[in-house]
Design a binder for this molecule. Structure first.
Ligand SMILES: NC(=O)c1ccc[n+]([C@@H]2O[C@H](COP(=O)([O-])OP(=O)(O)OC[C@H]3O[C@@H](n4cnc5c(N)ncnc54)[C@H](OP(=O)(O)O)[C@@H]3O)[C@@H](O)[C@H]2O)c1
Length: 272
């Protein structure tokens, strides 16, 4: 029998995941399907029951359910217990096991470029769910320190506490107080600034050439943050690369075979 998969969230109609996974199924001739399924905030429990009834084989979780979904898991992989949020679920005869592939998805483009995070100084702008997965990844790779800049200082403080708990030295700032960019090896935007074509949250004044600048916003592909960084000759990593990284990991958890990266990338870039 064919296998079925979904991504749940709200809004969901602009999700690129159905395209990416469907392209992988076509490439490998898998009898599987993947759909976007809108579950509004507050209706997660009923939504999950529905997915179990149709014997869904697995699903991804996006905004706003990544944290609340933890409550409905029967088993929790280490990747999601550390981060406290889940983005990938396997359904094994009604037993739901949760994983978080955002951390490895974030790290993958850095590894592909042979960028070593070890002993590096990182500036992370943002302190939401994605930023938390990024902090876990940066800590795992043993960066020297991280500065967390966020609009709401309380959220940055919480994330900084998390960083220190997992062994990463962290400081907190307001976004407008970010300066001395020459001190950083890696600069990351993990806010949603850019999604609606907003101006870059920082000016890149003083940044060293070839600094790694990573925007996790993936639509539009060239945010103002990326454009400004390019003007200063940064080494750019695009949000779509993280999106592909987390999708290929999820694919491999579900299907236990290597994901067809190039076919998935082609489908994703065709979506822009
Ligand atoms: N490429 C990928 O694979 C990937 C994966 C996950 C997420 N993302 C993208 O990453 C972004 C963040 O996702 P998330 O799950 O972390 O969301 P989230 O938990 O809602 O966090 C949102 C973050 O953005 C900040 N923010 C939002 N609007 C802002 C504004 N107008 N000015 C300044 N800061 C603002 C928030 O600051 P406050 O704390 O002050 O509210 C917070 O730091 C989204 O655009 C999402 O699409 C990409």
């Amino acid at each position: 029998m064919g296998k079925s998969f979904a991504v749940i969230g709200d809004p969901i109609d602009h999700s690129l995941s159905p395209n990416i996974h469907s392209a992988a199924f076509r490439e490998l001739n898998l009898d599987s399907s993947y759909i976007g399924y809108r579950i509004p905030k507050g209706e997660l429990e009923g939504g999950i029951e529905g997915l179990k009834k149709i014997k869904i084989n697995g699903f991804n979780i996006t905004i706003p359910h990544k944290i609340e979904m933890m409550k409905y898991l029967d088993k929790i992989d280490e990747s999601c217990s550390i981060i406290g949020a889940v983005n990938t679920v396997v359904n094994n005869d009604g037993v739901l096991k949760g994983y978080n592939t955002d951390m490895d998805g974030f790290l993958e483009p850095l590894k592909k470029r042979n960028v070593s995070i070890q002993n590096s100084k990182v500036l992370l702008i943002g302190a939401g769910g994605a930023a938390r997965a990024i902090v876990a990844g940066i800590a795992k790779e043993k960066a020297k320190s991280i500065d967390i800049a966020n609009r709401t200082i309380e959220n940055a403080n919480n994330l900084s506490e998390f960083a220190q708990k997992i062994g990463l030295s962290a400081n907190v700032k307001k976004i407008e107080d970010v300066d001395n960019l020459e001190n950083y090896d890696i600069i990351i935007n993990a806010t949603s600034i850019g999604l609606k074509n907003e101006k870059s949250p920082i000016s890149f004044e003083g940044m060293k050439e070839k600094t790694i600048v990573y925007d996790i916003v993936y639509a539009p592909m060239n945010t103002d943050f990326i454009k400004k960084a390019k003007e200063k000759n940064a080494e750019i990593i695009y949000g779509y690369e993280m999106l592909l990284g987390q999708a290929t990991r999820a694919f491999e958890i579900w299907h236990k075979i290597e994901a067809p990266y190039n076919a998935m990338k082609k489908a994703l870039l065709g979506g822009f």
